[in-house]
Design a protein around this ligand. Structure first.
Ligand SMILES: Cc1ncc(COP(=O)(O)O)c(C=O)c1O
Length: 379
């Protein structure tokens, strides 16, 4: 098949990751359910030997997601397995730059490893570009997330990527934006992480993670091999069924993301006007601190937003008062979900007690609004 160099993302999501066109053969890749493969005496060739070595379903998914992110992709068992693989490349005593606020799982993982391996941690506000660049000086890894979970802060990725390229290893957790709205590899970053559990899968029925690195230059090939080796050796491989579901999900990701972003934009504006809401955090709002940056650097403002209510109990009543919206963690599914983030004991103290994160789905916006408004009015 040609490289489809001139095709749009919507088309790439559908056209790539397909088997060769053989008359009578299935149009789709099937889940390759294999823990082992038929052996060869000469093991130096490309033939797969064992389930951890590779899988045709992972390969198909990696072809699609890698192209959307603009590089070469390695899939993992979950977003956290992917994060862990990046950290595995560090040495004892290394210096790591970490956002003051980011996804709590990553924050906890980095902190626990820092303690164990004597890493020096430098915490930065990702929205403060000068602070990020200063902290990156002499560091071994710069970890960024943008927009951040759940405070929705936006980093100046083009400037940071351009300044740090070739100077220090950089990673961007692109889970909130997805490859459709933001492409950090093009901005100069070395590694992009996506929790495929979210927008890629899109139906809240699988766990999967992905790391994508540039296709060439700047030691990209070595980095790709190193990350693939960690996956193989640690066994943090995706299940074939999960990879297959994610491949099925990614076909409609552009449609889903577009619909969800449109819903989020409309809901953010209406939520801002409701008297029970103290603050809406959404980069799509003109007065959001991240608005100008997101407008300049992203292809859309995303479908996550956070609202701040008076306090924790009020936020809980708001969540309980919703009927259509499901009280659940995670994000990026077709169904709209919401949760008070501080219900988790590990959530960072900088997150307000009354903050509720909303993951906007693809239902009709009027039904979504009616449910939110009813619950807010009752507070
Ligand atoms: C921003 C972000 N990064 C990483 C992860 C971890 O992904 P997973 O749950 O697939 O391990 C999450 C999960 O919520 C997330 O929100």
């Amino acid at each position: 098949m040609s490289s489809h160099a001139d095709l749009h993302r919507d088309t790439l999501a559908v056209a790539l990751g397909r088997p060769p066109r053989t008359p009578g053969a299935p149009l789709n890749v099937s889940p390759a359910l294999a823990s082992t493969y038929v052996g060869a005496h000469d093991t130096s060739g490309p033939a797969l030997g064992y389930g951890r070595d590779g899988n045709a379903t992972w390969t198909a998914l990696e072809e699609v997601l890698g192209r959307l992110e603009g590089g070469r992709c390695v899939t993992f068992a979950s977003g956290m397995a992917a994060a862990s693989a990046v950290l595995d490349l560090l040495a004892p005593g290394d210096t790591v730059v970490l956002p003051t606020s980011c996804y709590l799982g990553v924050s906890a993982l980095v902190r626990s490893r820092a303690e164990k391996f004597g890493w020096v941690l430098r915490e930065v506000d990702v929205a403060d570009t000068d602070a990020v660049l200063a902290a990156a000086e002499g560091a071994d890894l710069v970890w960024l997330e943008s927009p951040t979970n759940p405070l929705m802060e936006v980093a100046d990725l083009p400037r940071i990527g351009a300044e740090l390229r070739g100077r220090v290893r950089t990673v961007v957790d692109n889970t909130f934006a997805s490859a459709l709205l933001q492409r950090p590899l093009e901005q100069g970053f070395d590694v992009v992480l996506e929790s495929g559990t979210k927008f890629v899968g899109g139906h809240s029925d699988l766990l999967l993670g992905a790391l994508t690195v540039r296709a060439d230059g700047d030691g990209a090939a070595e980095l790709y091999e190193a990350l693939a080796a960690v996956r193989h050796d640690s066994g943090a491989v995706p299940g074939p069924m999960e990879a297959w579901l994610a491949l099925r999900g990614i076909r409609t990701m552009p449609l889903r993301v577009r619909a969800a972003v449109a819903n989020a934009e409309a809901l953010a504006a209406r939520l801002t006007a409701h008297p029970a809401v103290r603050r809406v955090r959404y980069p799509g709002l003109p007065d959001d601190p991240g608005h100008a940056r997101a407008a300049a650097t992203m292809d859309g403002f995303g479908s996550l937003l956070s609202v701040e209510l008076a306090d924790g109990p009020t936020a809980e009543r708001f969540v309980d008062g919703c009927d259509l919206w499901v009280h659940a963690t995670s994000l990026g599914g077709v169904e709209s979900t919401l949760e008070r983030r501080r219900r988790w004991s590990g959530e960072l103290a900088v997150v307000p007690e009354g903050l509720v994160r909303l993951s906007v789905g693809v239902e009709h916006v009027e039904d979504l609004w009616a449910d939110l408004e009813r619950s807010l009015d009752a507070l």
